[in-house]
Design a protein around this ligand. Structure first.
Ligand SMILES: [Zn+2]
Length: 162
């Protein structure tokens, strides 16, 4: 199933047991995250609405990404994987990872290199997980505003600027 923008997906489809005030609080947190990341992208000249960007629902996982040329700000809230099938297994935990990455500068592009990473965290509670994602996003945005975009490329320890 291809990822869909957060506001076009149905979180309840994935976690039908999460209802009432908890579901409303999660939706509110994700709405704040989506709005903040869209504003961040717009302020720095990016586009949170381009394909693969913004806050998206990918199966039972949440992904968030904003790209600026060769710099990417991203966060993922992943559910467990079944060790046999590698398909999604029911949470908890929800595993959070967030990083600022640059595209490999070598001709044989090896992918993205993480320059700074948020502390990884596992959450047993879906609302705590959503609030953890919000904290990680605030970190991404703060770091994104503190450092000029071009600096991330120069800080790549694997291919420093020449
Ligand atoms: Zn590389």
């Amino acid at each position: 199933m291809p990822p869909v923008p957060f506001d076009q997906g149905d979180l309840g489809e994935h976690r039908p047991e999460v209802t009432g005030e908890t579901a409303a609080a999660i939706t509110a947190a994700l709405r704040r995250i989506a709005d903040r990341i869209e504003q961040f992208a717009a302020d720095l000249g990016g586009d949170a609405d381009s394909p693969g960007c913004g806050l998206e629902i990918a199966g039972v996982d949440l992904t968030l990404r904003v790209d600026f040329d060769d710099v990417a700000f991203g966060a993922d809230l992943d559910t467990p994987r079944d060790p046999m099938t590698f398909g999604a297994a029911p949470p908890p935990p929800w595993s959070l990872r967030a990083a600022i990455e640059v595209r490999c500068a070598e001709p044989a592009d090896c992918g993205m290199h993480a320059i700074e990473e948020w502390r990884d965290a596992d959450y047993d509670d879906p609302l705590e997980a959503a609030l953890g994602l919000e904290q990680a996003v605030e970190w991404l945005i703060r770091r994104g505003r503190e450092e000029p975009l071009g600096r991330w490329r120069e800080r790549d320890p694997r291919h420093p600027a020449r």
